[in-house]
Design a protein around this ligand. Structure first.
Ligand SMILES: Cc1cc2nc3c(=O)[nH]c(=O)nc-3n(C[C@H](O)[C@H](O)[C@H](O)COP(=O)(O)OP(=O)(O)OC[C@H]3O[C@@H](n4cnc5c(N)ncnc54)[C@H](O)[C@@H]3O)c2cc1C
Length: 429
């Protein structure tokens, strides 16, 4: 039988599903799920590094279910079809004078794929995209459509806001928005000790604060975004796109050089840190949050209790230097507010997230394994869409609502239609 093929963004997860379905309406989606024998996995835009979508059964693409419907302008809520990419949300929302309260550092994911793994940006007072969810419609394993909100099917709403496509398929989500706003970005290099000694002050003083640390240097690249009423957004200079492409090309060249000539790492990393210089600019929020990421990599990220973030990131950097790992990518450090979502890495605790990356052409296993042991010693919880080696027993100890989620999954999908080998391991099935 002819097989299809599917791969994730970095190219490390590949599979040959029996079929890839692209339903064009919610009714179609219900029919496809009802008739499929399983396993059935729904794909967003494949930006997860973990094999969440991998299957030899049916993959459902949400490409045919896209777009934004205004729901309630007074409450600033909009209905978004599940296959809509975040990058296609900004302008329609702006037409209603609305915007998302926060986003991650790229916008190529689908809204439901991002929600599915608890995708987040940075900001002390700001939660993940899943916290911006007001309601959703879920197509279950038998093809029923459940409306889920804080008032209706409450437990499915509570547990389903981060659920890895394991409870069903979100055909549509209702997002809470806020009035459209502009953000002023400030980027500058800073001494790492200065930065880590004043994290709380930076988080307090800025709506969004994050930093990137090339671990073979003593400086970080700090970045803030703050709401501004100042004038019009900076016009997008025609050369901006080609400048960004050029920056990515330089970074790609540094990765290639570092791969073959590892002794160049410290000087290349110093160059990359210093060449970013200091800059400010103003843009609408949907343009200010995302940055282009054209150099392929694999990534691990853990959420750590906020108060331990500085110690943890220092230990990670020291470990990388001590073991002389050949890595050209910076460590990324962000802040996320706590929430009450059962499988959210931020459940019940204000957190920082620390991400490590490896160029997609280089092996990551030994490097990531060593860092993972450090993350775990801080009680870290992994990002569901980024590489980790945790299994059901580990999650049970990390998530107070683990048992409730497993019971909900069992109730909604007793025949395990939505379970692939990766979810089997995660849930201990
Ligand atoms: C370059 C890059 C940058 C990134 N930046 C960030 C970042 O800034 N912050 C962050 O937190 N993460 C980030 N990530 C991780 C990424 O946001 C998540 O892995 C996200 O889940 C990917 O969304 P996707 O649309 O590609 O979904 P996929 O990876 O295709 O799927 C993710 C999960 O969602 C499920 N799913 C998809 N659609 C539905 C649906 N309709 N109903 C129910 N479940 C569904 C899938 O089954 C799967 O379990 C980044 C990843 C990359 C590659």
């Amino acid at each position: 039988m002819a097989r299809h093929s599917w791969a994730n963004w970095s190219g490390w997860v590949k599979c040959a599903p029996k079929t890839i379905e692209s339903p064009q309406s919610e009714g179609d989606l219900s029919r496809v799920v009802r008739n499929a024998t399983g396993p059935v996995r729904v794909a967003g835009s494949g930006h997860s590094f973990t094999p969440l979508v991998e299957t030899n059964g049916t993959i459902i693409s949400m490409d045919g279910l896209t777009g934004v419907d205004l729901c309630n302008l007074e409450q600033r809520e909009v209905n978004v079809w599940g296959g809509t990419r975040i990058c296609d949300l900004g302008l329609p929302l702006k037409d209603y004078d609305l915007a998302l309260a926060n986003q991650g550092d790229i916008d190529r994911q689908t809204i439901t794929g991002a929600i599915g793994t608890g995708t987040h940006g940075t900001g002390r007072a700001l939660g993940s995209l899943s916290t911006q969810l007001a309601a959703f419609r879920l197509v279950t394993a038998v093809g029923d459509v459940l409306h889920c909100s804080p008032d209706v099917n409450t437990d499915v709403f509570e547990g389903g806001r981060v659920s890895l496509g394991a409870l069903g398929i979100m055909s549509q989500v209702r997002m809470k928005c806020r009035p459209a706003y502009k953000l002023e970005e400030h980027i500058w290099p800073m001494d790492v000790d200065h930065c880590l000694g004043r994290l709380d002050a930076f988080d307090d003083a800025n709506r969004h604060f994050e930093f990137f640390w090339f671990p073979y240097t003593d400086n970080v690249i700090a970045k803030t975004l703050n709401e501004t009423q100042k004038g019009a957004p900076d016009p997008r200079p025609p050369e901006a796109r080609s400048m960004r492409r050029a920056e990515n090309r330089v970074f790609q060249m540094a990765c290639e050089a570092g791969r073959f000539l590892p002794f160049l790492k410290p000087s290349l990393q110093r160059y990359l840190t210093n060449s970013s210089g200091e800059s400010t600019r103003i843009r609408w929020s949907c343009e200010a949050f995302p940055s282009p990421r054209t150099v392929l990599f694999n990534e691990m990220e853990y959420a750590i209790p906020a108060e331990e973030g500085a110690d943890c990131v220092r230990e990670i950097a020291a470990y990388i230097r001590g073991r002389r790992f050949n890595v050209m990518f910076p460590i990324e450090f962000r802040r996320v507010a706590d929430d009450d979502i059962w499988l959210s890495p931020f459940y019940g605790r204000p957190s920082v997230t620390i991400s490590i990356h490896q160029y997609a052409k280089q092996r990551y296993r030994r490097f990531f394994d060593g860092c993972e042991a450090i993350f775990r010693s801080y009680g870290g919880r992994p990002h569901w869409g980024k590489l980790h080696s945790l299994k059901a027993k580990d999650f049970e100890a990390l998530y107070p609502k683990w048992g409730d989620f497993l019971a909900l999954r069992q109730r909604l999908d007793p025949d395990r239609k939505f379970v692939n080998p990766h979810l089997k391991e995660i849930f201990g099935l």
